[in-house]
Design a protein. Structure first.
Length: 575
């Protein structure tokens, strides 16, 4: 019976095969041809683009796709989280700050910010807007000399009050302050009192000062990538050991930079300052090639490196109704007291220029980040700010225009845009204070410059589409705009945790010296269980931000009931 059934199956299969071969060559009935659109055909053949499949080209293509993914994200918080996604323990960054400027740091600062420095004494005296001194105002707007006469007594009174207040604070201290801390405390009082007096005197004639938001000791931080730096020896050695990277071993690499600063005072406005350089002047490849290049490691100058997440904070959290444009910031120069006299006066002035460039660039970059731009997505319009560096007696005035953010990879050579900074040498506001507490030799010219930076009117207002071209839209700009409460809370918590720079609850795995000696350099423990990360070919630096255990949801509060196993863990909303 079983043999009969198998024979029937074989005969059926043979019959099907024969029928298939007999029908070959016969015309089959054709269905009615569907109309074909003319756009499906072209006169000349079209072939797909030929892609470069070399290792270097594939790496560049992968990076470009990642940058495009960052640009497509709808909210500011998600863009910042996406930049931090590749590193769970953070990036290795060059630490720039406002408390340390090493010797001969100006070329590195110009290279790392792609900035052209213009000093007032070097400008040609003509009628072009770019050659006007910092703080200059057209006479048609207001007679600045008359304002100086009105404000002079109030500013002098503010200076004298600041010194009296500082002397009183010194009497309350148990331990005396060192030179740097004492200068910072005195300058903080002077800046606050002068700012208060200037706003009172100028507020009646300049209504834009009514809308400024004042930040006291704000947190200014910015993250960006810089190209054109010589590779370290370990990178060269690693590439030479791989057959497909030998030719690229000596190519320049990118350096990640993190700036951290805390100015005395910062003023912000809802509108931005008008640019003082045209688009034609800002986009000049010949001028871009003249920007100083510092190809050596930043540690050769005395900068340090650290590991942390990428952070961009311009002194406030993302908000749709905040004053997003920096008007003026006051920076400290107290750290100059720690510089040896052997550096010379010229390097001290260059240190002020370097501080003004890096602090202005970082503040504008952080503001641009809240408008949807970052170091991998280019600006579509320029940003401007003013910076004042002072110790209470000496004042330096700067203006900065941010035109480009693309400084990494091939953009260091191909990008035709540059940023501009123009400034002045230090100028005294007064000579000294008499024993009676009176201001001696007050300088009206410096006061004129100081009031000039206040009365510069921010007059550019942009539409939402132009202001936020890379942000989701009118209804989705920040994480707070999401309707899903769980998603909104997750993005807000993750963004602020990254910005807090708190260490992870488990430290980065470490290779101990005995392990390097007995396990890595010399294989002397072959019978020991392989439990360590380096024994299991695990690179902790490759751990991504989302590689962690999810938060457990107790049964009592679990959505869907106590037996819902799918809701045991909270959802994550990483971009």
């Amino acid at each position: 019976m079983l043999t009969l059934r198998r024979g029937e199956q074989l005969r059926a299969r043979l019959h099907a095969v024969c029928c298939r071969y007999l029908t070959i060559g016969k015309a089959e009935p054709q269905a009615a041809a569907a109309p074909v659109a003319e756009s499906e055909y072209s006169v000349e053949p079209e072939y797909p683009a030929i892609r470069d499949l070399t290792y270097k080209a594939r790496k560049q293509q992968t990076a470009a796709e990642w940058h495009e993914e960052i640009r497509q994200l709808p909210t500011v918080e998600e863009k910042m989280i996406k930049i931090n996604m590749p590193r769970y323990y953070g990036y290795k960054v060059v630490d720039l700050n406002d408390t340390k400027v090493p010797f001969n740091a100006l070329p590195l600062t110009q290279h790392y910010t792609r900035t052209v420095l213009e000093l007032e004494e070097e400008l040609q005296p003509d009628s072009s807007p770019a050659s006007k001194p910092v703080g200059a105002v057209d006479d048609s707007q207001m007679d600045l000399d008359a304002i100086v006469k009105v404000a002079r007594n109030d500013i002098i009174e503010a200076l004298e009050y600041a010194h009296d207040c500082y002397k009183h604070q010194l009497t309350q201290l148990v331990t005396p302050l060192d030179a740097v801390a004492g200068e910072q405390q005195l300058t903080q009082i002077i800046v606050e009192q002068i700012n208060r007096s200037a706003l009172q005197v100028l507020g009646a004639d300049f209504t834009h000062l009514h809308d400024v938001e004042i930040d006291y000791n704000p947190r200014h931080e910015a993250f960006w990538a810089v190209g054109g730096v010589d590779p370290p020896n370990n990178v060269i050695k690693s590439k030479k050991g791989r057959e497909w990277q030998k030719e690229d071993a000596n190519d320049s690499v990118d350096r990640l930079v993190q700036y951290t600063g805390e100015p005395y005072l910062a003023l912000r406005h809802h509108q931005q300052l008008p640019p003082w350089k045209s688009a034609e002047e800002s986009e000049n490849l010949t001028l871009a090639m003249k920007v100083p290049r510092y190809k050596h490691d930043a540690r050769t100058l005395g900068y340090s490196t650290t590991h942390q997440h990428a952070v961009n904070v311009p002194g406030y959290w993302p908000s749709t109704n905040a004053a997003n444009f920096g008007l003026l910031s006051f920076q400290s120069r107290a750290h100059l007291q720690l510089r040896p006299d052997s550096y010379g006066q010229r390097d001290q002035v260059e240190a002020l220029h370097a501080l003004a460039i890096q602090s202005s660039y970082a503040w504008l970059l952080a503001q641009a980040n809240y408008n949807g731009f970052n170091t991998y997505n280019e600006l579509t319009y320029p940003l401007n700010t003013q910076t004042v560096i002072t110790n209470g007696r000496e004042w330096s005035f700067y203006e900065y225009q941010l035109n480009t953010l693309l400084l990494h990879g091939p953009h260091v050579d191909a990008n035709a845009k540059v940023n501009f900074c123009r400034g002045t040498a230090p100028q005294p506001l007064y000579a000294t204070m008499s024993p009676e507490g009176k201001c001696v030799d007050f300088n009206d010219a410096t006061l004129r410059r100081l009031l000039g930076v206040y009365i510069k009117v921010p007059s550019i207002r942009r539409a939402a589409d132009e202001l936020l071209p890379y942000v989701g839209g009118a209804t989705l700009r920040r994480a707070a705009d999401y309707e899903n409460g769980e998603q909104r809370e997750f993005l807000e918590r993750t963004f602020k945790h990254l910005a807090s720079k708190r260490p992870r609850h488990l430290e980065l795995p470490e290779v101990y010296m005995w392990e390097k000696l007995y396990k890595i350099d010399n294989k002397t423990r072959p019978m020991e269980a392989r439990r360590r990360f380096f024994e299991r070919d695990v690179n902790p630096w490759r751990r991504t931000l989302d590689q962690h255990d999810k938060e457990y949801v107790p049964r009592v509060v679990r959505p869907g009931g106590r037996k819902n196993r799918e809701g045991r863990f909270k959802n994550t909303y990483y971009p």
